[in-house]
Write a protein that binds this ligand. Structure first.
Ligand code: HEC
Ligand code: HEC
Ligand code: HEC
Ligand code: HEC
Ligand code: HEC
Ligand code: HEC
Ligand code: HEC
Ligand code: HEC
Ligand code: HEC
Ligand code: HEC
Length: 334
């Protein structure tokens, strides 16, 4: 990576220069604005992709002021009045975007739209695209003007449809995590809305999400997926669980069909449980007997008559140890 020599340090030098000329501040700003507005096309042309991205952001999403005629003025001009916002964004992924243009990248305006009218009016907020006043759909359109290839189906996901937009989870200026610029770290971010999920991860047996061993997004893609519940798939497009518990994935000579037909969650709860091994039932025998009774709809054989449930035959997996499948035994013995 390029040195983190910040956008800000070069900008703040200019800033102090500008503020020492307090009397001509307005003139200097407008002069800079005009100069940059002309210089802009040449600077952007260094990267076709980003030029396209910026144009898309400016045209389709963040409007060029109410007149639609505002010009790009460049970061330095914005920083002169918005030092705090610039400092907050400094060093994150979007500020690196600016450095890629040899310090000429128009990061502020690629999200907020061209700013000349806002600057000329001395900071009329209505002449600038404001994320806090925009609808989620308007704000998402700005982000997706660059990020559409990574998250093409966002609008059709549970979050997109519920109006949970990019900025519900990400923050440009007030991010609490360096990675992915999240408003809050996981799992707090997710719990802030999914309050009912929190107590489940506090049960006696649980995946160690609260302990930081894994995160919600190991199993869910908050931007949506082709599985229900926004679940991620394992590499072989099988259940996400098999990514980590690969010993359960098989293939086995003797498969236990529910693993592939009903899935892991026919016997386990994914988040947490009062039952050991995250089982859905307190007693193993009642779990198995959901299917292994003569009348079961699951097409599973009933237990043999010598399986007396008043004695040792309750603890099914003491004998049927290879419950996820076996290469040696058709009844899942060792
Ligand atoms: C001459 C000083 C000045 C310059 C230069 C300037 N702004 Fe502003 N800006 C302001 C003032 C003043 C406000 C109004 C603040 C308020 O209403 O609380 C404002 C408001 C905004 C808002 C709206 C905040 C909100 O959510 O309501 C955004 C976004 C913004 N500016 C971005 C920019 C960008 C991007 C640039 C560079 C293109 C820029 N500003 C240049 C002074 C300036
Ligand atoms: C990646 C897109 C993006 C970039 C780049 C960006 N902003 Fe913002 N800006 C936002 C979003 C989103 C918000 C709403 C608050 C938040 O999420 O942090 C915002 C809010 C603001 C506000 C309102 C005050 C606040 O903090 O809520 C101002 C002023 C502002 N930005 C100015 C700027 C300036 C100046 C730059 C360039 C140094 C800039 N922005 C770069 C997306 C961006
Ligand atoms: C002008 C194009 C552009 C716009 C508009 C834009 N981004 Fe980005 N964003 C990028 C690029 C390019 C990167 C990758 C930078 C890198 O790899 O270092 C990035 C990186 C990110 C990252 C990853 C950070 C990381 O740690 O890897 C997140 C999250 C993100 N953007 C969210 C947003 C959100 C939310 C918005 C809208 C408020 C937005 N972006 C608007 C171009 C853009
Ligand atoms: C429900 C919360 C949530 C929403 C809504 C959301 N994100 Fe994210 N985003 C995350 C989390 C958590 C991560 C980090 C974990 C990961 O990689 O999935 C992330 C990662 C990212 C990244 C970096 C890694 C990657 O997957 O490319 C980008 C870029 C990004 N989000 C952009 C967006 C954009 C653009 C939107 C709106 C269209 C959006 N996000 C909406 C939570 C969210
Ligand atoms: C080990 C993988 C895994 C982890 C980690 C995980 N989930 Fe889930 N989650 C699932 C599975 C699998 C389902 C589907 C459950 C079903 O089919 O009955 C689900 C369902 C959900 C649902 C919808 C149904 C419900 O229970 O309300 C929400 C919301 C949810 N998870 C949120 C979260 C949040 C928030 C986190 C982090 C705190 C998280 N998940 C962590 C695997 C996981
Ligand atoms: C701003 C609030 C908010 C945040 C933050 C949030 N969600 Fe959601 N989430 C929702 C809403 C609203 C829905 C749709 C209604 C519902 O199913 O509850 C939803 C739905 C879901 C679903 C169910 C998807 C389905 O198909 O039914 C899962 C899983 C989920 N969110 C996981 C997460 C994870 C993981 C995070 C953290 C990275 C997160 N959410 C952050 C509000 C949020
Ligand atoms: C990101 C990796 C990962 C994914 C994905 C994952 N797990 Fe786990 N799982 C673990 C780890 C690590 C442990 C053991 C440490 C612990 O207690 O959290 C564990 C523990 C378990 C246990 C308890 C084992 C015991 O000895 O008590 C069960 C059952 C389980 N997982 C089932 C599942 C199911 C079902 C899924 C899919 C919904 C799943 N896991 C997805 C990492 C994962
Ligand atoms: C037919 C019910 C059933 C299904 C379906 C099932 N499991 Fe299990 N699993 C069990 C039982 C019962 C145990 C406890 C075994 C014991 O008591 O030793 C267990 C134990 C586990 C354990 C703890 C370590 C071990 O191997 O004993 C993990 C991890 C696990 N299962 C993951 C999974 C995953 C991942 C899936 C889906 C691919 C899955 N299970 C599907 C019944 C099932
Ligand atoms: C969701 C339903 C379901 C659950 C729960 C379930 N099974 Fe099965 N099991 C089946 C099906 C279906 C078959 C395949 C029957 C066949 O091949 O005809 C099977 C096959 C078996 C076989 C092999 C029988 C044979 O003749 O090939 C054994 C042994 C077995 N299961 C034991 C268990 C035990 C022990 C448990 C509890 C830990 C359990 N099963 C839980 C559905 C289930
Ligand atoms: C003490 C060891 C032991 C325990 C505990 C045990 N089994 Fe078995 N199970 C066996 C043996 C041995 C066979 C093979 C019988 C045969 O070959 O005819 C068998 C066979 C089976 C079969 C295959 C029946 C068929 O027609 O193919 C099923 C299903 C089964 N057991 C389910 C269970 C369930 C459910 C439990 C718990 C309620 C359980 N077993 C507990 C030893 C045990």
């Amino acid at each position: 990576m390029q040195s983190r020599s910040s956008v800000l340090s070069s900008l703040s030098k200019r800033l102090s220069l500008v503020s020492s000329l307090a009397l001509v501040l307005a003139v200097a700003l407008l002069g800079a604005a005009a100069a940059r507005a002309q210089k802009k096309p040449a600077a952007s042309a260094t990267s076709t992709t980003l030029k396209t991205a910026h144009n898309a952001a400016a045209q389709s999403a963040a409007p060029n002021g109410p007149s639609g005629k505002a010009k790009f003025v460049g970061n330095d001009t914005c920083v002169a009045c918005h030092f705090d916002e610039a400092k907050a964004i400094d060093g994150n992924a979007h500020a690196r975007l600016a450095l890629q243009h040899g310090g000429q990248g128009d990061t502020c305006e690629s999200c907020h739209g061209a700013g000349s009218e806002h600057v000329e009016s001395g900071g009329d907020a209505t002449k600038m695209f404001s994320f806090s006043k925009a609808t989620p759909a308007q704000a998402d359109a700005v982000c997706l003007s660059c990020h559409a290839s990574a998250h093409p189906n966002f609008k059709r996901t549970a979050h997109g449809e519920a109006g949970v937009g990019c900025t519900s989870c990400h923050s440009a200026h007030h991010a609490k995590t360096e990675e992915a610029m999240l408003r809050q770290p996981q799992p707090l971010l997710c719990y802030s809305c999914h309050t009912d999920v929190k107590p489940v991860f506090e049960q006696a047996f649980h995946h160690k999400v609260n302990e930081g061993v894994m995160s919600c997004s190991d199993c869910h893609d908050p931007h949506g997926s082709f599985q229900r519940n926004n679940l991620r798939a394992a590499a072989d497009q099988n259940q996400i669980c098999m990514k980590c518990h690969s010993d359960t994935a098989g293939p086995f000579i003797y498969e236990h069909p529910p693993l592939k037909t009903e899935g892991c969650t026919s016997c386990h709860t994914p988040h947490g449980s009062q039952n050991a091994r995250l089982l859905t039932q307190n007693n193993v025998n009642s779990l198995c007997m959901q299917c292994h009774t003569a009348s079961s709809i699951f097409n599973a054989p009933g237990t043999p008559s010598f399986h007396n449930q008043a004695n040792q035959y309750q603890a099914c997996t003491v004998c049927h140890t290879q419950i996820h499948g076996s290469n040696a035994s058709n009844i899942f013995f060792k």
